[in-house]
Design a binder for this molecule. Structure first.
Ligand SMILES: Cc1ncc(COP(=O)(O)O)c(C=O)c1O
Length: 402
């Protein structure tokens, strides 16, 4: 029996908590995936996904984790021996880079200090110098989940255009889609990679590729062997609402509900809510006297906040104290920042009171773990939430005066 009453606080930056509405929607008998009934569901979720990616082009849904969707993006657009430009924004960019190398891709990997996003000017300079157009793609992680830094995708698109470079633009939105502002078509992205367990508020198990016409054309001539991940194999049956192999039927029921929830709230309101919760989190962190890992205000993540531990204090020990005392999971520091940072997820099914609960757990944990801090961070967050509620909070978060 659990020693805790009440619910577990899952405040990691994904998988994020699954709303009751989505859980109930998935609680269905499995249906025949070759039936007319399934085709209706298939068509609905494929069209619904396009709205979340903000694209008129096809979105492909794989039964996979985000890593599978990364692989699909590579094997459909690139050939062994191709050169790509990537930026080491953190742990996940590093993993995607390793994967590309395994497929025989030559990667030029621009480094950062893991406290800044991909720099549009640096990308422009590299591409402008590449007169022979040897770079076949620019690959960037939008929201680097290991650091809480969000790269400026629209500006990177402008940088590619300013360099007049034909490289494809591949973007990982695994932890940003449905939480941080993202526009596949408007921002001229060729492949957007995503997954189910973060902004979509679903359990893990779906991987997505949104693709441009240019990416689809590249897939017709590229030389990478593939089968399971082949876009054209998917796109043909998708036209009728079907899949070439057994889809994750019940996750698709959940996807239908999650898309409905995001659209009911309105994507702009969803983005504003995440930004506001992130700002409140930073207000608490700053008040505690701790440091936010992200150093560039225009790159603060709306999805999560990575917090640096004071020297001499281990972030994993702190997380353990919080879990054991308050039944809350916080995100671990990964690879280069392991033990040095902890991450507070504020994405998906998260509102003012959920966040206040989470921040209270962090503040109490800091006391119990003996981490030096200034008490009252929770109040600082509360003040920020109250202030913005009274002025410019969108949708259901507005304070209604009777
Ligand atoms: C930005 C980013 N990219 C890729 C991945 C890998 O996705 P998955 O674990 O679903 O394979 C993650 C996982 O958290 C992520 O946050």
């Amino acid at each position: 029996m659990s020693k805790f009453q009440g619910r577990h606080f899952l405040q990691i930056p994904g998988p994020s908590p699954v709303p009751d509405r989505v859980l109930r929607a998935m609680d269905m008998p499995v249906i025949d995936h070759r039936s007319a009934e399934f085709a209706e569901l298939g068509k609905e979720v494929l069209a619904g996904s396009q709205k979340i990616f903000q694209t008129k082009n096809p979105v492909i849904i794989f039964p996979s984790s985000g890593t599978g969707a990364w692989e699909a993006a590579i094997v459909n657009t690139l050939s062994p021996g191709d050169k790509v430009l990537m930026v080491e924004t953190g742990h996940f960019a590093t993993l995607w880079q390793k994967m590309a190398r395994r497929f025989g891709i030559e990667v030029e990997f621009l480094s950062t200090d893991w406290r800044h996003g991909a720099e549009p000017a640096a990308i422009e300079a590299k591409l402008a110098a590449d007169k022979s157009h040897s770079f076949k793609a620019v690959m960037v992680v939008h929201n680097e989940t290991s650091t809480g830094v969000t790269s400026r995708i629209a500006e990177i698109r402008k940088a590619i255009d300013a360099a007049k470079h034909p490289a494809l633009f591949l973007v990982d939105t695994i932890s940003s889609l449905g939480s941080a502002e993202y526009r596949h078509d408007e921002w001229g992205v060729d492949v957007t990679v995503s997954c189910s367990q973060k902004g979509f508020m679903l359990p893990p198990g779906l991987g997505f590729n949104a693709i441009s016409d240019k990416a689809r054309e590249a897939a017709k001539t590229n030389k990478m062997p593939r089968s399971y991940w082949d876009w054209e194999e998917m796109l043909k049956p998708n036209e009728g609402g079907f899949f070439p192999y057994t889809p994750a039927t019940n996750l698709l029921y959940g996807l239908k509900e999650a898309v409905a929830m995001l659209l009911e709230e309105g994507l702009d309101n969803v983005f504003a809510r995440h930004k506001r919760l992130a700002a409140a989190t930073r207000a608490a962190v700053t008040h505690w006297g701790l440091e936010v890992l992200c150093l560039e205000p225009s790159e603060y993540s709306p999805v999560l906040t990575a917090v640096l531990m004071p020297p001499g204090h281990d972030a994993d020990n702190f997380r353990k104290v919080v879990l054991e005392n308050y039944n809350m999971s916080l995100g671990a520091g990964l690879s280069k920042v392991a033990g040095k940072v902890f991450r507070i997820g504020h994405l998906g099914e998260c509102n003012d009171l959920t966040l206040m609960g989470a921040l209270t757990g962090v503040e109490m944990g800091l006391s119990v773990a003996g981490v030096p801090h200034r008490a009252g961070g929770v109040n600082a967050a509360m003040e920020l939430l109250e202030e913005r509620n009274a002025t410019n909070t969108p949708g259901h978060l507005k304070v209604v005066k009777n």
